[in-house]
Design a protein around this ligand. Sequence first.
Ligand code: HEC
Length: 450
Amino acid sequence: MNANFRYGRIIAAVIFFIGVCLMFSSVSFAADTATFAKDVAPILQAKCQECHHTGSMAPMSLGTYEETRPWAKAIRERVITRQMPPWHIDPTVGVQKFKNDMSLTQDQIDTIVRWVDAGAPLGDIKDMPRPREWPNTDEWKATKELGAPDLIVKSEPWTMPAHHQDVWWRRTSDIGLTEPRWVRAVEMRPGSVAGRKITHHAVAYLAQDDPDSLVPGTTDDLRGRSLLMEWAIGKGYDLFRPDTGKLLLPGSKIAWDIHYHAVGEEVRDHVEIGIWLYPKGQEPKYRTYLTGFQAIQGEERFRRVDIPPNSITVSQRVTVLKKAGMLENFQPHMHLRGKAMMVEAILPDGKTEVVSYVGKFNFNWMTNYIYADDAAPMYPKGTMIRVTAWYDNTRANPNNPDPDQWVGFGDRTVDEMGHAWMNVTYVSDEDYNAWAAAHRKQAVADTAAQ
Ligand code: HEC
């Protein structure tokens, strides 16, 4: 073998080696680059398009590449800060399993960020998933799970002028029942897409002659006893767990409290509530009450919240559970200066735990966090529910209309409120003890399994 031949072989081997390296690196480069077709479209379909499709509530559609591409930077920003999807509950404390979790996983966030940082490429069109179809925008959300509602009750319509002070529309509508019936699920919504813009929030109280409502409830706020449902932007439906429900009595009416605000165009709309009933004669064992646990001291109409200009303040209030009960959900309610809300439980033995904490409250999103069946916490009689609300009346709060204003309690969005809407299912002490024993066992088993 002459030297030239040997060198030739070595050079060939080196070239071959470099070639292989290049091939692998280009393969790994391709695997690394997130593309719209392969990686991002499936995430948008699963987590965004329900609101971001043509004709739905969000300002733009994220259906196709062409529609999405101009928003790439805004999408990156909103997902990194966890503002979108509108799921603002803290992922590190309190209950962490939900029935309606729409949040992105860290993996999904990273994928979106890699895609935007790589210049938001389309990728191979062959990888594109079939477009999701959104045929019927006026279907009730609960229909998928429960079929059509048994009853639909509408409020009297109201025409909101283009420019006007806020309006609280308080009217009643007959439910039309002649016998007691138990409610399994409720869903409320404005009557039209335009109506969503003017409807700040809506509360449906149950006006009925209820002997039970004299039984002491969980709170000194007696209105908490007779609420049927509360709706605000972003809210879905309330489905009560098996064997629990709300009771409607013959002759009962819905007493509406609908908060409208003007949006620069005239809109006429109503609010409607869909009601799913238990079959006739089927009586659930437990009764659920929607309760507004206050963060603010003082009684109805005289609540004391005092937020000086350019300041961050906090208010806190404790409510004692007079019966054992399960907390089913958490929906923080504050207005434009709302910054954060925490719910804690202080048990009779002094142990304190965080139930839920929303650290990035955004007034546009009164998201309802519904606890998963096996995660909803139950507390014994005498437990104190402590609600803490933080308000940001500085320029740093993007929703703040005027940081130089002094803010007090009131109905208008420029005034403040602070309460946690929670459905509470009351149980007997025996039921609570059985639940607590089972959960202690479960906790021991979980630890052993680790
Ligand atoms: C529950 C409905 C809903 C879901 C789910 C949702 N959005 Fe939104 N989104 C909205 C609405 C309504 C707005 C306008 C109000 C606001 O900004 O909060 C918005 C605003 C945005 C904006 C800002 C638009 C602007 O004008 O600057 C971006 C970006 C965005 N969404 C991206 C996403 C992405 C990405 C997802 C999924 C990962 C998502 N959204 C999921 C309803 C939703």
